[in-house]
Design a binder for this molecule. Structure first.
Ligand SMILES: *Cc1c(COP(=O)(O)O)cnc(C)c1O
Length: 460
């Protein structure tokens, strides 16, 4: 192992230096990838030196998602204490299904779950787990909702037409999960949003009544805390009242924006969260933990157990169900995603996680203010969001983002809401400073100025 650790250190040092000097890596066309790096697998072992060089080349040609100029997705930056935890998780290579194999690591996971349950107001009645990502967290919520509606479905299946409600601006995992569960994509109702992208609860109730009229069976409502494009927060209290009235499970998908529970200043965006039956949050988004680190919480701990426990004599051999986390998870073998979040949280404290969240909103304000003061820009997003959606000089967002990527200038993506397509600039990297945000705009503007020709060529 010593040789590999040395190799690791030397490659990582080069990576860190490269990230500083060249925040956006040179673009390699997908169809030319295999010609550029030898990724083939061979019969013979490789000579150590050649292997090292190849590995270094692979690392240094990979997109730099932790750099100052990566704004393409809903994650960014690198929290060193979290990285340390993840490296140790790999070294330990536990599986989180039993206490026998996970030992104190099980306590690490439980400690985070308990603390989060306390923070969202579920208290002792709550429990949760770390699924493999936000999509799977949402799937677990839908499964619990189905079983809470009718526990027999798990055993016998059902011919009932189960109906799911989610907003038009919600993440694609909801219809995908409905498809995977046999509920069917066509039994997902997409509720209208207002101009800010927030679900309209009046329309939700109308849709529920229509379904009841038709003899369908509504059972699940998904709200989003931070929609994937605009970063909008759906209103919890009016939706919760509707869910109680019609006896529906309310899930809040906070994969993107759920991190606001750490901020005194912004947790009002999820006011009423304690009324929801379940809540998911990705620590790998707002909370800066490496991918993937997703958490699902529910205030019905018995339902979590009833939906996901199975007996297996070959697996569960010691200790109680409380410490054998496989009884409340989807997977059998499960990676230790908790440790990296714990090493971060334990070392920097809750107050620092709060600062990370607040910094993202501050950077978003800097960006919105810049846009508002510059007439060449059009803004499409709203306050209280860390997604800043805009267009510059009316240039096609898709073309501009793609050119910025291919020319290795900036990694940023584009999105759509209703009729508009725009650049989606995400200030999720809390290590960035005001000047990094201003630098983004400066780079964008000088790129456009020097490549008017380029972009008009693409248009033709
Ligand atoms: C990112 C995201 C998800 C999916 O999470 P993954 O970990 O990527 O599967 C779900 N919902 C919302 C609102 C998201 O932004």
């Amino acid at each position: 192992m010593k040789g590999e650790l040395k190799m690791f250190n030397s490659i990582v040092e080069k990576l860190l230096k490269a990230e500083e000097e060249t925040p956006v890596v040179e673009y390699i066309e997908a169809r030319k990838l295999h010609g550029r790096i030898d990724l083939s697998l061979n019969q013979e072992a490789m000579e150590e030196e050649t292997f090292r060089d190849l590995l270094e080349d692979l690392v240094l040609t990979t997109p730099r998602t932790s750099s100052k100029l990566f704004f393409n997705q809903l994650f960014g930056g690198r929290k060193s204490k979290a990285v340390l935890g993840d490296l140790l998780a790999v070294m330990l290579n536990n599986s989180m299904y039993t206490y026998k194999v996970g030992g104190p690591q099980v306590g690490v996971e439980k400690s985070i779950i308990n603390k989060l349950c306390e923070m969202v107001g579920y208290g002792e009645a709550g429990n949760g787990t770390f699924p493999s990502g936000g999509s799977m967290s949402n799937l677990m919520a839908m499964i619990m909702a189905r079983d809470a509606h009718d526990p027999k479905i798990k055993l016998e299946g059902t011919a009932k037409k189960l109906i799911v409600y989610t907003s038009k601006a919600s993440h694609y995992s909801t219809p995908k999960n409905a498809a995977m569960m046999g509920i069917g994509r066509n039994n997902v109702r997409f509720v209208d949003t207002d101009s800010k992208g927030e679900l309209q609860s009046d329309h939700l109730e109308e849709l529920i009544l229509e379904d009841l009229e038709k003899g369908n069976t509504p059972f699940f409502v998904n709200l989003t805390a931070g929609t994937t494009v605009l970063g909008a927060y759906d209103p919890i209290p009016p939706t919760s009242r509707i869910c109680k009235k019609y006896n529906l499970w309310l899930h809040v998908d906070g994969a993107y924006g759920g991190g606001v529970i750490f901020s005194k200043k912004y947790k009002h965006l999820v006011a009423g969260l304690e009324e929801a039956d379940s809540f998911s949050v990705n620590a790998h988004k707002m909370l800066g933990t490496p991918l993937t680190c997703s958490i699902i919480l529910t205030k019905h701990s018995q339902q979590l157990y009833d939906s996901f426990s199975n007996n297996a004599e070959y697996l569960y051999q010691t200790d109680g169900d409380d410490f054998n986390l496989g009884k409340i998870s989807m997977q059998c073998g499960r990676r230790n995603d908790a440790l990296k979040f714990w090493t971060l949280w334990k070392s920097v404290g809750t107050e620092t996680l709060e600062k990370y969240v607040d910094q993202q909103f501050y950077l978003a304000e800097v960006a919105r203010e810049y846009i508002s003061n510059h007439p060449d820009y059009t803004l499409y997003s709203y306050d209280d969001s860390i997604s800043i959606c805009f267009n510059y000089k009316g240039i096609d967002a898709n073309e501009l983002c793609t050119l910025l990527y291919q020319e290795a200038e900036i990694m940023v993506g584009f999105g759509q809401f209703q009729e508009d397509e725009f650049i989606r600039f995400v200030t999720i990297n809390s290590e960035n400073k005001k000047e990094d945000i201003l630098n983004f705009f400066a780079k964008l503007e000088s790129f456009v100025a020097k490549s008017v020709q380029l972009s008009s060529e693409v248009t033709r």
